[in-house]
Design a protein around this ligand. Structure first.
Ligand SMILES: [Zn+2]
Length: 219
């Protein structure tokens, strides 16, 4: 599936959903305690499977005052010679938080895709909460659950990750209530069981945002 991720990033680049070095994707198989994430700073239109970073998920029990909780940490694992010279995407706090427990995808694969689709970002810039346009477009709401927007947060920050978790309604078992969330002035994050399925949430929302903006009927 790493090749498929390369395909979707090439496609995202062709659609102007990212400039060359933007965007990031992670993928985890349910029976493995590691995930793969795109490297930082590489050109996504020439992304290769052996450039991915392999990230181990370390989970330990933390006992407090009568409570037991889990502590999570990540570390890089050896993968390929090319990969060893690269760093993981700066958005790793976002991906790690969504991959450390797999929630409703626990018997499957989880893919997290982050890109900057033009009309989704334009709609948020125009003051539209992406979750509010769902009701007028059944072809969107039928297949894609859209979370309320995340407001202005710095890129590649823990704050961005935490706000996305909050809006997606991520719980401690890794369940997420929504399929996609928009980050104002920035982009979107979509989650599903394959690269193309996650991509389709973005495509569907992008298409509706384009229609809403073309109509001018959104104030
Ligand atoms: Zn971004």
């Amino acid at each position: 599936m790493l090749e498929t991720i390369c395909d979707i990033m090439t496609d995202a680049y062709k659609r102007n959903w990212i400039t060359s070095r933007d965007g990031n994707v992670s993928i985890r198989h349910h029976d493995r305690d590691h995930f793969y994430i795109t490297p930082s700073g590489v050109r996504k239109q020439t992304l290769q499977p052996d450039q991915f970073k392999k990230i181990k998920i370390n989970k330990s029990i933390h006992s407090g005052w009568g409570t037991a909780d889990f502590l999570y940490a990540w570390e890089e694992m050896p993968y390929s010679d090319i990969s060893s010279a690269l760093r993981p995407s700066g958005e790793i706090p976002l991906h790690f938080g969504l991959q450390k427990e797999m929630g409703q995808h626990k018997d499957d694969v989880r893919v997290v895709v982050h890109v900057h689709p033009t009309y989704c970002v334009a709609a948020m810039h125009a003051g539209i909460d992406l979750s509010t346009i769902v009701n007028s477009f059944p072809e969107l709401s039928r297949y894609t659950r859209v979370a309320p927007n995340v407001g202005d947060v710095p890129p590649i920050s823990q704050e961005l990750a935490d706000k996305c978790f909050e809006k997606l309604q991520l719980d401690r078992d890794g369940n997420v209530f929504y399929d996609i969330v928009g980050i104002k002035g920035h982009g979107v994050v979509a989650i599903d069981t394959s690269p193309w399925r996650a991509y389709e949430h973005i495509e569907r929302l992008e298409h509706i945002c384009k229609i809403v903006l073309a109509s001018g009927n959104y104030k």
